[in-house]
Design a protein around this ligand. Structure first.
Ligand SMILES: *[C@@H]1O[C@H](CO)[C@@H](O)[C@H](O)[C@H]1NC(C)=O
Ligand SMILES: *[C@@H]1O[C@H](CO)[C@@H](O)[C@H](O)[C@H]1NC(C)=O
Ligand SMILES: *[C@@H]1O[C@H](CO)[C@@H](O)[C@H](O)[C@H]1NC(C)=O
Ligand SMILES: *[C@@H]1O[C@H](CO)[C@@H](O)[C@H](O)[C@H]1NC(C)=O
Length: 353
């Protein structure tokens, strides 16, 4: 969503701490923000959400996102599943690792077969962002991504993300980015992984006992066997939802379009009948990638806030869902340039069934 930069001068957030005296994180390396009934924790690495506590049907706190206990492990994790971080400057895939702007062609890294995934090997989810504001219920992380720091990408991008929580159980994510020097590909998302049962359901850890409703998403993007959109948009037939994941993988990995959603309507609702938790997504993005963790190799540890402590200590495949609200390519790539500011905004409203 683009608006002229000038209107942003009106953005004033009361109660922010001046950047020179930003508080330090807690002893566990995390920054915590909270409001009644919701508590969220973050680390500067990848501007990552590490924990998100909401209440279940019994009023008990449940940590509903994936992550690790040890905040220093995120940069060391070789499998790096982009746990609740911000891939950038261009989320998802650039076909054949090349794009053209105003007749000039650019080549990016091939880090996903012949394609570029999440901007290559110096993506934003691997950088330590600056904490530029913190209060009780809000935190802002900022990042400058210079020309070619994301390999092959032209010009500087300034980005920030503000996370906030509200006493109605809402977690809000607002990202802003501009490219003051030259036109460049820019596509933002938050790569959030959920299991609304925190792996505590003794019957199953599989995500298939959750329900997902996307009432305005009759259409989805066709993808090839490497999960690259082909440019075709398909209409789902009733009952055909299962198995849209590219190649022979299990579950879902694809982009669903939100069409004609009424203003302020939740475009997606994830729920667990077992914990009674539901999470409704509102977003200014035209769709979302849904990915049900088919490629997890079962070696990643769960946090101590999750699992039963006996049987379930690892994150097995198909036990979570990543939901990434984002834009999709209409022509070659989504391009931003001087004078424009991209604003990406989503909120998750938590409640009980
Ligand atoms: C992101 O960058 C890291 C660090 O260079 C790299 O190990 C990782 O493979 C990259 N991610 C993707 C999806 O390529
Ligand atoms: C954090 O801020 C410092 C000082 O302004 C800057 O040099 C550095 O590049 C910033 N880090 C990131 C990741 O943008
Ligand atoms: C939750 O509260 C915030 C702040 O007052 C508001 O902007 C938002 O619309 C509310 N969300 C819902 C789903 O009621
Ligand atoms: C975020 O970045 C935009 C430009 O991309 C800037 O206008 C805005 O003031 C920044 N906001 C915060 C809270 O740092």
């Amino acid at each position: 969503m683009r608006v002229p930069t000038i209107t942003l001068a009106l953005l004033v957030i009361a109660g922010l701490t001046a950047s020179r005296d930003i508080p330090k994180p807690g002893a566990d390396g995390r920054y915590t923000i909270s409001a009644t009934g919701i508590r969220a924790q973050f680390i500067p690495y990848g501007a990552t959400l590490t924990n998100l506590f909401v209440n279940d049907k019994n009023g008990k706190e449940v940590d509903v996102v994936l992550g690790y206990d040890d905040a220093t492990y995120y940069p060391k994790d070789t499998s790096h599943p982009t746990y609740n971080s911000i891939p950038g400057r261009y989320a998802n895939r650039i076909g054949k690792a090349q794009f053209t702007i105003d007749g000039k062609s650019f080549k990016t890294q091939k880090n996903d077969g012949q394609n570029t995934l999440h901007s290559g090997t110096n993506n934003w989810s691997y950088r330590v962002w600056n904490v530029t504001a913190v209060s009780n219920d809000l935190i802002t992380f900022s990042l400058t991504d210079k020309e070619d720091e994301s390999t092959g990408m032209p010009g500087l991008v300034n980005a920030n993300v503000t996370y906030s929580v509200f006493a109605n159980g809402t977690w809000n994510i607002r990202m802003m980015a501009n490219a003051p020097e030259t036109k460049t590909p820019l596509m933002l998302t938050h790569h959030t992984y959920f299991n609304l049962e925190a792996y505590k359901n003794p019957a199953t850890a599989l995500i298939w006992d959750h329900t997902l409703s996307i009432p305005y998403s009759k259409r989805y993007l066709a993808i090839d066997s490497n999960a690259l959109p082909t440019g075709n948009i398909l209409t789902a037939e009733a009952g055909s939802f299962r198995g849209n994941c590219g190649g022979s993988c299990e579950g879902y990995n694809g982009f669903w379009i939100f069409d004609d959603a009424p203003k302020d309507a939740a475009v997606l609702t994830l729920a667990s009948p077992w914990s009674g938790i539901k999470a409704g997504l509102r977003t200014n993005q035209p769709g979302a990638v849904l990915y049900t963790c088919a490629w997890s190799d079962g070696t990643a540890s769960l946090k101590k806030t999750q699992g039963t402590g006996i049987a379930k200590k690892k994150m097995e495949k198909s036990t979570c869902i990543a939901i990434e609200a984002q834009d999709y390519d209409r022509i070659d790539a989504q391009i931003t340039g001087p004078g424009e500011t991209d604003i990406w905004e989503s909120s998750w409203a938590f409640g009980t069934l």
